[in-house]
Design a protein around this ligand. Structure first.
Ligand SMILES: [Zn+2]
Length: 283
């Protein structure tokens, strides 16, 4: 009989966010556990505003392709709710209900997403609350995500002709453990570093993270044009190097835990990562 896989769901506002926040940790999980862990990468928005040169339809396609290439490097499943960038605030019910459908289908053991303290841009801020809200709603037997929205399928489900999630009343589901990353790009809107619950030593997987980020080629052009960031890979590396210094390793990613009920409080991610988990002051 095959062993049940641990399921990790990472949710980002846009294609490339998951890689920026959690790429090294996800690669570490694969390095440590191979096929015993299944990683799902889900972006709420589709990246339609991420280009100075390409129109929305073109950049939507480009970013879909880039995100799939990146996810393939760690054998992860990639999909998107396909909400247009900067319309998430308007489409938040639709996004939440697609997420409820995904959570009930995937049944993740743990979920990683943006911190509510990420004020880099509106989609990041809203995404954080939508993910924690969707987890809460997914637990409730009477919550029917198709009551409010006609279309609760992801892009992959629509294009693959899948019926997607169908509501069936069941008993309450247990909530997974919920983890947040750093604010982008490593500090809050007042340039204050957030004190994380723990950090993950990603020194052995920093090259895997770099490779994943490199698949998001269109972001290189966009961040250069829109953010005057001449090298987004260097930005990510410097961010992780800065975090690593907090715990005496070369590169690290920071995590905050959602504490308190009803989210699961077992140290699920920490247990999977073992010695790679570092606490400030304990090294
Ligand atoms: Zn983003």
């Amino acid at each position: 009989m095959s062993e049940a896989k641990t399921k990790v769901l990472a949710v980002g506002a846009h294609p490339d966010d998951i890689e920026f926040f959690f790429g090294g940790t996800l690669a570490k999980l694969k390095e440590l556990h191979r096929k015993r862990v299944q990683i799902y990468m889900l972006t709420i928005c589709n990246g339609t505003m991420g280009s100075e040169e390409l129109e929305c339809a073109q950049i939507r396609q480009t970013r879909w392709k880039e995100a799939q290439e990146s996810a393939a490097l760690i054998d992860a499943h990639y999909d998107t709710c396909d909400i247009w960038d900067l319309e998430l605030d308007l489409d938040r019910h639709k996004a939440k209900d697609i997420l409820v459908g995904q959570i009930r289908q995937i049944k993740p053991d743990m979920v990683l997403t943006h911190t509510p303290k990420d004020n880099y841009m509106p989609d990041h801020r809203v995404a954080s609350f939508i993910v924690s809200d969707a987890l809460f709603c997914a637990m409730l037997p009477n919550y029917n995500p198709s009551r409010r929205t006609n279309e609760i399928r992801t892009r992959r489900e629509i294009e693959g002709g899948s019926v997607g999630y169908r509501y069936e009343r069941t008993k309450s589901l247990p909530l997974p453990a919920l983890y947040y990353g750093d604010p982008f790009p490593g500090y809050d809107m007042f340039q204050e570093e957030q004190r994380p619950t723990f950090l993950v030593d990603i020194t052995s997987t920093i090259e895997a993270k770099r490779e994943m980020l490199l698949r998001h080629k269109s972001q290189g052009a966009w961040l250069k044009a829109g953010h005057r960031d001449s090298d987004y890979i260097r930005t990510a590396m410097e961010w992780n190097r800065r975090k690593g210094k907090l715990v005496g390793v070369e590169f690290a990613e920071a995590f905050l835990r959602h504490k308190g009920t009803p989210y699961n409080q077992e140290p699920r991610l920490e247990s999977l990562l073992g010695d790679s988990v570092k606490h400030i002051g304990s090294q």
